[in-house]
Design a protein around this ligand. Structure first.
Ligand code: FAD
Length: 330
């Protein structure tokens, strides 16, 4: 029996919300093909892994998977793209599904790239829409962090696709009698070259992704010490300081502070972009902000022309003035 297989992303049993988006995207595809949705969950083979698989299976069934298959092997206990990719490739070779969907996250795209390479099959990443009725299948996919939509087609015996992160709303569609089973791939230790070896707990409290106010600094800040005035303003507004890649490239701030295509996507109530030109790679990380205030000496800078508000001036004078005014009003 054919199927649409969804690769479930999780981190030691903690389900990635993107997995629910992938299941939601898979349902209409499976319905059009008249086949079931099968969730594939990689995991270890001890008792803890069994409990984890049970909890994940219940959630997958709530989002439309009529079968949940645990791909179990000690090498799959923690995330490793090579071992996960090989395990899924073996499962795909056995089941011969119409399509395999994964999350369009870093991990989902990484695993699917391994699957595609092992099966010598093409893949289409970050799909927004999937039309299995077209011949060949037609997809619209997200490029450049969402600033470009690309129409593509895919002709291959097994369609390997990832679903653009946040491109589809996760919606439940419970399956009353979902079945579960185990698939044991044959894996050897050479597939464990890349595995998650350590986890660092992120600082508690407001983060760049959750902050309602982000004060971003670019090359115009001039030095690591220059960020002191941005920190002061952010603290006054219970916000976070972000930065551009020019700043991280210069070693002025950690990469964890970087906003953009190769950094963090932010969506605060207000983003204050100080001394940032607004290159497309920065913009795609900032464009979901509800309001943007640009502070720049160049009135023609991209960030200034795209911002809701702009102050044309030297950030070293403007930022302390804003902080002082906020304090005065309080
Ligand atoms: P600049 O472009 O040099 O701009 C500095 C700005 O500061 C100018 O507008 C200037 O007018 C203003 N300025 C100078 N002095 C002052 C002052 N005293 N007061 C006020 N304004 C002043 N970039 C990112 O940010 N995030 C990413 O994730 C990212 N990913 C990338 C991925 C790829 C594959 C590539 C190729 C590039 C990526 N970049 C990214 C880099 C991006 O293209 C830009 O080079 C970078 O964003 C520029 O940073 P900036 O705006 O701080 O510096």
């Amino acid at each position: 029996m054919s199927a649409v297989i969804v690769i479930i992303e999780h981190d030691r049993g903690e389900l990635a919300s993107a997995s629910l988006e992938a299941l939601s995207a898979a349902r209409p595809v499976a319905t059009q093909l008249g086949v079931p949705v099968v969730a594939a969950v990689c995991g270890g083979s001890d008792a803890t892994a069994n409990d984890t698989a049970g909890a994940i299976a219940a959630t997958c069934a709530r989002y439309g998977a009529s079968e949940v298959v645990s791909l179990m092997h000690p090498l799959l206990a923690d995330y490793g793209p090579e071992a996960w990719g090989e395990a899924i490739a073996q499962f795909v070779a056995q089941r011969r599904p119409a399509a395999v969907l994964a999350c369009g996250t870093d991990r989902g795209n990484e695993v699917m790239a391994h699957v595609a390479a092992i099966l010598d099959a093409p893949m289409v990443a970050n799909c927004l829409t999937i039309n299995p009725a077209a011949e060949p299948w037609a997809m619209t996919r997200v490029q450049w962090g969402g600033s470009l939509l690309e129409d593509s087609t895919l002709a291959a015996p097994v369609k390997l696709l990832t679903v653009g992160h946040h491109a589809v709303d996760a919606s439940s569609a419970p399956v009353a009698a979902a079945t579960s089973s185990v698939f044991e791939p044959v894996l050897d230790a050479s597939l464990a070259r890349t595995v998650v070896a350590d986890r660092v707990v992120r600082e508690a409290g407001v983060t760049l992704t959750t902050a309602r106010v982000v004060v971003g600094g670019g090359r115009g800040v001039g030095s690591p010490e220059g960020f002191g005035i941005l920190e002061e303003l952010a603290a006054e507004l219970n916000g976070k300081v972000g930065c551009s890649r020019a700043v991280t490239n210069n070693g002025w701030r950690n990469h964890t502070d970087q906003v953009g295509q190769t950094g963090t996507r932010i969506a605060p109530d207000i983003y204050m972009a100080c001394g940032i030109s607004g290159a497309i790679q920065h913009w795609v990380g900032a464009m979901a902000s509800k309001n943007i205030l640009a502070i720049n000496t160049d009135r023609e800078a991209n960030m200034v022309t795209k911002a809701d508000y702009a102050v044309i001036g030297d950030l070293h004078k403007v930022i302390p003035a804003i902080t002082a005014e906020i304090r005065r009003r309080r």
